[in-house]
Design a protein around this ligand. Sequence first.
Ligand SMILES: [Zn+2]
Length: 381
Amino acid sequence: MTFEFATAGRVVFGAGRVAELPAVLAGLGSRVLVCTGADPARHAGLLAGLGLPATVFPVAGEPTIELARAGAGAAREHGADAVAAIGGGSVIDTAKAIAMLLGNGGDPLDYLEVVGSGRTITQPAVPCVAVPTTAGTGAEVTANAVLASPAHRVKASLRSPLMIPRVALVDPELTASCPPPVTAASGLDALTQCLEPFVSVRANPLTDGLAREGLRRAAAGLRAAYADGTDLGARTDMAMCSLLGGIALANAKLGAVHGLAGVIGGTADVPHGVACAALLAPVMAANVQALRSAQPGHGALDRYTEASQLLTGEPGASIEDGLAWIHETITLLAIPGLGAFGIRPQQADDIAAKAARSSSMQGNPVTLSPSDLRTILIQAI
Ligand SMILES: [Zn+2]
């Protein structure tokens, strides 16, 4: 057995612990650029008490190459030597991209995979503290930042262990005001980010432990957090699920759900979590069918069985029971199909071809044929 495992510098987890942000920042730099969502006033109290000179950089949607470039410019103008992110995955990814650019110089396109030069990131990012306000992407502990390139109609990553935020400050209370549709989509992303590393060809004993606990947390918290956003126990389960999934995926890769979701996100305006949620059951069914017909003794089938048992809470559950639980959850959480965002069956071949080349696809436990990918997409529409 041989593997590597990268972790965040420091994880600070617990209800109320966002109060420690000024103390965390004091140890990281002297001037800070703070990325927030479109409405920084939502965090006015937090922003007023940071304790060091700060400039705010609002992030209105999923980040683009241009936005990362503008953010790095704003940070340099402010003389920032640290970056903070208070927001969802888009805000945290923007902050990570800016922190990397401050540490390495140059332009996002110098380092971007797929559509850029893919140059190796050699210098540490400037210190970055990530404070997630949704439970989903795990971006507070991952090594990449996803940027959209509208010109190429695709999303690609800046990626390096040097980009993992120095501090992940995870306070489940911050997710209490997250509206139900965002709780649903980001929660299913978190669940997927535990399941895909668990069946990945790159899984290792450390990521397995994290993924199992993350699946257990999703089973306990996902439906409950959607039904009652003020349920702090459920919010804590989902914040933990997101964190565990983030560390697992950074070390064991993902699979076909994320391979397809990345391409779909570049093709149409589908929130990442919604794309993952819509693809989750069709991909699991296709992987299981491909494995059963080609490699019936493959260990990933046992993994899918175990995941089904964790999700349903039934020690005797089968993979079919797990699929039924996922379908039922998607219905309960009112996740729309991809057709609601303008994805059409005619685009399936093009999406499948692009997804086959994506980095996430390398973790999938079995190679899916173009016709498998097409079937998955039709089901998800
Ligand atoms: Zn994801």
